[in-house]
Design a protein around this ligand. Structure first.
Ligand SMILES: [Zn+2]
Length: 259
């Protein structure tokens, strides 16, 4: 996408587009913006994620991106964002009560300002897992290395963006690009029919077998995962399927024996 074309599409003079930015490790893409709100004498320096697997946002055209940014401008508006965060915090208190470990992390981000992960998050060696949890709940978070005035160095900062939540997935969503590549690397092999079929009718299934997961085991499937990694996941899924079939077979036998 061309930044100048994007700027041309934005009609609101209080929206300033700075640049495109990529968080390669998480395969996230943002556009950095400054939103001005003259009525509150406020400025918001933020990033709008437009390629963000956790909520299944994969924007590919300038028109769609411009409309996302215009919507974000309204959401970030002081009045709307304070209502938004109030509603969300209420949800954490009343509904997400099982998320006791993650909650203080959400609260640390609830200022909706760039938050330094080194000093401003609760002490927890597995903070990245907690942040992932928040993303999987459908929240939009941006990541950037910024100079922290308290730590006196460049640190990872996170920003909670008051956008409408995406569907709660519990897992990440493959981008179309990665989907196509998985199908190609695995030779369009249809796991149900046990033979290659028309790639257009195939959908890659998810990643590591859940049976081998625990609370802290989560695997990223970034767009730049290697062909080898894709094949390793396929091997694990095959083993997992064989294991499941064995269990089912035993169950069927037990049932027959019992009849
Ligand atoms: Zn800091």
């Amino acid at each position: 996408m061309d930044i100048h074309e994007l700027i041309k599409k934005i009609s609101n003079p209080n929206i300033h587009i700075l640049e495109f930015r990529e968080h390669t490790k998480a395969s996230e893409k943002y556009v950095d913006v400054v939103f001005s709100y003259p009525e509150y004498k406020l400025e918001w320096h933020g990033s709008i994620p437009y390629y963000y697997r956790r909520t299944g946002t994969f924007i590919e055209t300038v028109d769609d991106l411009a409309s996302l940014i215009e919507r974000a401008y309204q959401s970030v508006n002081h009045k709307n964002s304070s209502e938004w965060i109030k509603t969300e915090l209420k949800l954490w208190n009343e509904e997400y009560t099982g998320k006791r470990v993650t909650k203080p992390f959400f609260e640390a981000l609830s200022s909706m300002k760039w938050t330094c992960v080194e000093h401003a998050l609760p002490r927890n060696p597995n903070w990245a897992r907690r942040i992932q949890d928040i993303k999987e709940m459908g929240y939009s978070l941006a990541t950037e290395n910024r100079t922290c005035s308290k730590c006196n160095k460049s640190t990872t900062h996170l920003l909670l963006i008051p956008l409408e939540k995406g569907a709660e997935t519990g897992y990440e969503i493959f981008s179309n690009k990665l989907k196509k590549r998985i199908i190609k690397v695995l030779g369009s092999h249809n796991a149900f029919e046990g033979k290659p079929t028309n790639p257009a009718s195939l959908i890659p299934d998810h990643k590591f077998p859940e049976i081998s997961w625990d609370e802290n085991t989560k695997v990223e499937n970034p767009d730049d995962m290697t062909d080898e990694q894709i094949k390793t996941v396929e091997d694990m899924l095959k083993k997992d399927l064989a294991e499941k079939l064995k269990v089912e077979e035993v169950e069927v036998k037990l049932k027959k024996g019992g009849e």
